[in-house]
Ligand binder design. Structure first.
Ligand SMILES: [Zn+2]
Length: 335
């Protein structure tokens, strides 16, 4: 280490450290490591973490548990599903946005501003702008902006007042009991790279720097840092699988504890495996090493497996051995 620099566990270069959340911060992952450089950290946010935190199933739980993002905002699942819609029977269809007031639990609709241009035979243009009546105070601003856009001079105070009053004199179009058509669209992000990133960081966290030279580690780094589809034949095949919605068998023992993240590692005879669960929505079992002999010093010291549990709301991290975690499970169930 030179001048506060650390060896980054991804690019293997010496660089100043940054705070890396093993489980993304946006899902309440409070376990952090300081062995990732800033450049790799940003790359991981973009290529790996995003696929996990933006996955619709994960967003649902983030919203339900009210886990704030970096800006302190929580997600509103209502907006995801019923955000934009169109009013049925009104031609051309008017787009509206639905908002739920979390205090009164009522839904209000707001017309989305719509602008159309019609060219007249003499070459001049008519511009029609539909706005929500609650935005009436913005009419002067809209007039001036449209005049500027058309290369006309701004209206003076009295001329502007006159133009506004002419518009208001036309009255409002009211849509009573609007029928709104929503077409929910979910963008299913690919959480694979993000789950592999968690498994890799934990493997290093539990196995130490010896792991960095492991062939399994090299392959994981190559896959995690790559861009594009994971089934690219140029990328190594990582043993294991990622499951969305259904928890993989290695983790079902904890099915009765929802909304929590878990991970565990075990050294077996032929490989080292890490299993990860994000909420009760995503799970992965990853073969992180096929060289368990490298870690025989752990076994000699009576290694009982590693286990970590992250509680996303209280942002607490509890670490224990896998053996102790299974023991806790038995006492949980007796109660
Ligand atoms: Zn790096």
């Amino acid at each position: 280490m030179v001048g506060g620099a650390v060896l980054c566990i991804f690019c293997l270069k010496e660089a100043p450290p940054s705070e890396e959340h093993v489980f993304p911060d946006a899902i309440g992952g409070a376990l952090t490591i300081d062995r990732v450089c800033k450049t790799c950290n940003e790359l991981l946010n973009e290529r790996a973490d995003r696929g996990v935190i933006q996955h619709p199933l994960v967003r649902m739980v983030r919203a339900q548990l009210k886990i704030p993002d970096r800006r302190g905002n929580t997600l509103d699942p209502f907006a995801d599903i019923f955000g934009k819609g169109t009013i049925v029977g009104d031609e051309p269809r008017q787009e509206v946005i639905a908002r739920r007031d979390p205090l009164t639990n009522t839904v209000t609709l707001k017309l989305i501003r719509h602008r159309t241009e019609k060219r007249r035979p003499d070459g001049t243009k008519d511009v029609e702008i539909k706005i929500d009546s609650r935005d009436a105070d913005q009419i002067p601003l809209i007039i001036q902006r449209e005049r500027k856009r058309a290369g006309l001079t701004e209206l003076s105070g009295s001329a502007l007042d006159l133009a506004v009053s002419r518009i208001l004199a036309r009255g409002l179009t009211e849509v009573r009991h609007p029928v709104v058509c929503h077409q929910p669209s979910f963008r299913f992000t690919d959480p694979n790279r993000g789950m592999l990133k968690i498994a890799y960081e934990l493997a290093w966290y539990w196995l130490g720097d010896d792991y960095l030279d492991d062939e399994g580690a090299q392959q994981l780094r190559q896959v995690i840092l790559s861009d594009g589809p994971l089934d690219d034949p140029k990328l190594p095949k990582i043993p294991g699988s990622v499951s969305v919605g259904e928890v993989l068998p290695a983790l079902v023992l904890w099915n009765h504890i929802p909304n929590v993240h878990f991970a565990m590692m075990n050294c077996l005879q032929k490989h080292v495996g890490v299993a990860v669960r994000v909420f009760h929505m995503l799970s992965a079992v990853v073969g992180v090493s096929e060289e368990p002999a490298r870690y025989s010093h752990l076994i000699e010291r009576g290694y009982m497996g590693s286990f970590v549990k992250l509680e996303p709301v209280s942002r607490t991290v509890s670490e224990s051995t896998l053996a102790a975690a299974i023991g806790d499970l038995c006492s949980d169930r007796r109660r």
